[in-house]
Design a protein. Structure first.
Lengths: 170, 359
């Protein structure tokens, strides 16, 4: 496929990504924000696919859209009333938030310029799951297991904090 | 006469593309056009599936309850589903007063679109795979997970307590059963060393003593996987005995209570499309895909075998639906987390042991 098609696809996805990300922070309705965040994560999976990282794209969809966001939507649904969703994010912290976002954004640009300038392989869908599996089971085994341990600790901690006093007493 | 559809279609599209290029179309344009037409074939196949399955469900349920079923519209009532579809198209689209209009519109689309995409990696016969993906199994799981978001949106956007409860229950059930369902496929992935549905299906097309099919279901761990996958698939497609999200005696119709007309038909379409996808996945992973039972290859073509086996599995789904009572919502979760999940882990270890022992 010619590069023009890929460029068009990229700019389409990037525009969607930015619009959705803006809705996440500007929407007054928390549920709308959550849905926009879901879209943002799904579109970034599309960007991964455009870069030829098929496993990463599918993993992004499976973990974030199919897992994390569903739990987040659960929280919103159980804590809000659909008819009159309260206004959110109308306090005076937006200046600090903007400054922080600017710093992180600038830092990401610097990082990208320094380390990722050569990585522009687009449009070739090579199978990547085999190499990812080898990497996870050989060189990256210790970090991989360490991350699993941290996540397990977080999980157990969440269960402990989530228990109410009555369950402890019995 | 060779009736294998795969090579035939390949030749047809090759010829068409070459003709277009010869008549002055740029090669990439011809390729794009050819891919667009092929995608459209797959996409238009998807609405056909519910059309057939709903008729089949009605006839199967009728015969299980000693009724006749649809028999007035067309020969043997064959046009009944088509008539229903036309009726649903022209029905008024009712949006409740307190509803979130935009999300009410988006919800059925978010549920239905992934169902179409899920048909892409299904190997429906010899070289008849719409998109032969290296990670086909994972792709289906990931994309069908997006539908769960749609169910939650539907539950929220209706601003109705039944919808809300139905949406919450539905999402909880789908997320829970997705885990043992994914884990029940892991033995097949380990055994055949691929996540591509085509590779797994083709690896099973050998014979024991030149006669018995060597499908994954005939291994002990394969059989456990098959049972696990079947149970979880019934739960994932929201069918009885796991139809908690739309338990009509408790929740009216669950998350799609407030949807009518075309929006409702999209939910309906997605449900039946997922039934077909689940059955087709079962056939590809456990029953050898387009492999024939006793005939040597070539007498009966692979896509017919594939469809035949898929419809047998769909019949089993329907059989479950019309013979089992519904589970209670807490029992449903208990069954998933305390029985299916540990069993699927044990099964993975069994498979690993077998692979280590056999080398």
């Amino acid at each position: 496929m010619p590069p023009i098609v890929l460029s068009v696809l990229f700019y389409l996805l990037a525009t969607m990504l930015i619009v959705m990300a803006l809705i996440v922070v500007t929407s007054a309705n928390v549920f709308h924000s959550a849905i926009a965040l879901t879209c943002t994560l799904a579109v970034s999976a599309g960007l991964f696919a455009l870069l030829g990282a098929d496993f990463l794209a599918v993993g992004q969809l499976l973990v974030y859209v199919g897992g994390v966001m569903i739990i987040m939507l659960f929280v919103v649904m159980l804590s809000q009333k659909p008819q009159r969703a309260p206004r959110s994010g109308s306090n005076g912290q937006w200046i600090a938030g903007l400054a922080l976002a600017g710093v992180i954004g600038g830092y990401l640009v610097v990082l990208y310029r320094q380390y990722f300038s050569g990585v522009t392989k687009m449009g070739t869908m090579m199978p990547t799951s085999v190499s990812i599996g080898r990497l996870l089971m050989n060189e990256m085994l210790i970090p991989f297991e360490a991350v699993s341990l941290v996540l397990l600790v977080a999980l157990v901690g969440a269960v402990v904090f989530g228990q109410d006093g009555k369950a402890d007493a019995s | 006469v060779n009736l294998e559809l795969g090579p035939l279609l390949h030749q047809f599209f090759e010829a068409g593309r070459n003709w277009a290029v010869a008549h002055g179309m740029p090669p990439w344009g011809a390729r794009l056009l050819s891919l667009t037409i092929q995608t459209n074939i797959v996409v238009w196949m998807v609405p056909l599936v519910p059309l057939i399955l709903v008729y089949m469900e009605r006839k199967v349920s009728a015969s299980m309850q000693a009724r006749i079923g649809p028999n007035r519209t067309g020969p043997f009532g064959l046009l009944q589903t088509l008539a229903d579809g036309v009726k649903l198209m022209f029905k008024a689209d009712i949006v409740p007063d307190g509803a979130d209009r935009w999300l009410h519109l988006i919800a059925p689309i978010v549920v239905a679109v992934p169902a179409f995409v899920c048909f892409a990696p299904l190997p429906m016969g010899k070289s008849l795979v719409p998109v032969d993906m290296d990670i086909g199994i994972l792709f289906i799981f990931a994309v069908s997970g997006v539908s769960t978001i749609g169910i939650l949106i539907a539950g929220w956007a209706s601003s109705n307590k039944y919808s809300m409860l139905g949406g919450l229950r539905g999402a909880a059930q789908l997320v829970s059963y997705e885990i043992p369902r994914l884990l029940s496929v892991v033995p097949a992935v380990m055994f055949y060393r691929s996540q591509s549905l085509r590779v797994i299906a083709e690896a099973q097309q050998t014979r024991i003593f030149d006669y018995l099919p060597k499908w994954f279901i005939f291994y002990p761990f394969g059989f456990i996987s098959f049972i696990l996958f079947l149970i979880c698939s019934v739960a994932e497609t929201n069918r009885v005995p796991f139809d908690i999200p739309e338990a009509e005696s408790e929740l009216v119709a669950g998350f799609h209570t407030e949807f009518s007309g075309f929006k409702f038909s999209l939910f309906f379409l997605a449900e039946y499309a997922y039934v077909f996808v689940a059955a087709a996945m079962t056939v590809a992973i456990f029953l050898g895909g387009g492999d024939g039972i006793t005939f040597p290859q070539g007498i009966t073509v692979s896509w017919i075998w594939f469809l035949l086996k898929t419809f047998v599995i769909i019949f089993i789904f329907m059989w479950f639906r019309w013979t089992y009572p519904r589970l209670r919502v807490d029992r449903l979760m208990q069954f998933c987390w305390q029985f299916l999940l540990p069993l699927s882990f044990v099964n993975i270890f069994l498979t690993a042991g077998w692979i280590l022992w056999r080398g």
